[in-house]
Write a protein that binds this ligand. Structure first.
Ligand SMILES: Cc1cc2nc3c(=O)[nH]c(=O)nc-3n(C[C@H](O)[C@H](O)[C@H](O)COP(=O)(O)O)c2cc1C
Length: 204
């Protein structure tokens, strides 16, 4: 099939917007942020990725829950333009999912979901203690996408990675062993995946 998105995102026989199931697997950035008042926030974002290795930049995209109502993470980074992208492993799947609950603004998911935090080195939001890697970021730029037909806004938050935490146990012979990270990947719908086979291929 082929369809123009201007005609809608769910033409028959599709029952759901297919984009999440086509652009995958996506890593899960478990984003910690903090308000000006010092209240911590933690939420997963799979519209998340690295955009440049050197210089090191990442992005995540918080969309609004309803028109004019922005996600707590977005509100926080507008107040304190820093965040930590905690990289989610299989062992953190259940607590990560728990932090996606729409808690009222000002409620701390670390406390509400019983998740241990460790102070960051260069930014104010803490990292999740249990993750094997985390990126301490300062907001570089926010791109505002045009609202969708339902009026909901989406923002692309680009962050400069100013500090990188890596658990020593996943570094082998000077390299991060991806297998030891056991990354959780986001697929379409409510599906998740794991890493599977790893193979090497040199470039021409
Ligand atoms: C695995 C996963 C990935 C998600 N990815 C996104 C995303 O990329 N953008 C987004 O706006 N919401 C995403 N969500 C939903 C948010 O996590 C959810 O709306 C959460 O309540 C936002 O929290 P906050 O308001 O504290 O920032 C995702 C949820 C899950 C479970």
């Amino acid at each position: 099939m082929f369809f123009a998105t201007a005609d809608g995102l769910r033409p028959a026989p599709l029952t759901h917007n297919p984009l999440n199931a086509l652009v995958m697997p996506r890593p899960v950035g478990w984003i910690s942020s903090i308000s000006a008042a010092g209240v911590r926030n933690l939420a997963p974002y799979s519209y998340f990725n690295a955009v440049c290795g050197e210089p090191p930049y990442v992005m995540f995209a918080p969309n609004s829950a309803k028109p004019g109502v922005n996600k707590d993470t977005y509100r926080n980074i507008c107040e304190v333009p820093e965040f930590v992208a905690n990289l989610v492993g299989e062992h953190d799947a259940v607590p990560m999912n728990a932090t996606s609950a729409p808690l009222p603004y000002g409620q701390d998911e670390f406390t509400a979901c019983g998740i241990a935090a460790t102070a960051s080195t260069l930014v104010r939001p803490p990292r999740v203690t249990s993750v094997k890697a985390a990126l301490e970021c300062r907001v570089y730029q926010v791109v505002h996408l045009p609202p969708g037909p339902d009026g909901r806004e989406s923002h692309v938050v680009v962050g400069e990675v100013v500090g990188i935490y890596i658990a020593d146990e996943v570094i082998v012979n000077g390299r991060v062993d991806e297998r030891l990270l056991h990354p959780l990947t986001r697929l379409g719908y409510m599906n998740y995946g794991t890493l599977g086979e790893v193979f090497e291929m040199q470039r021409p």
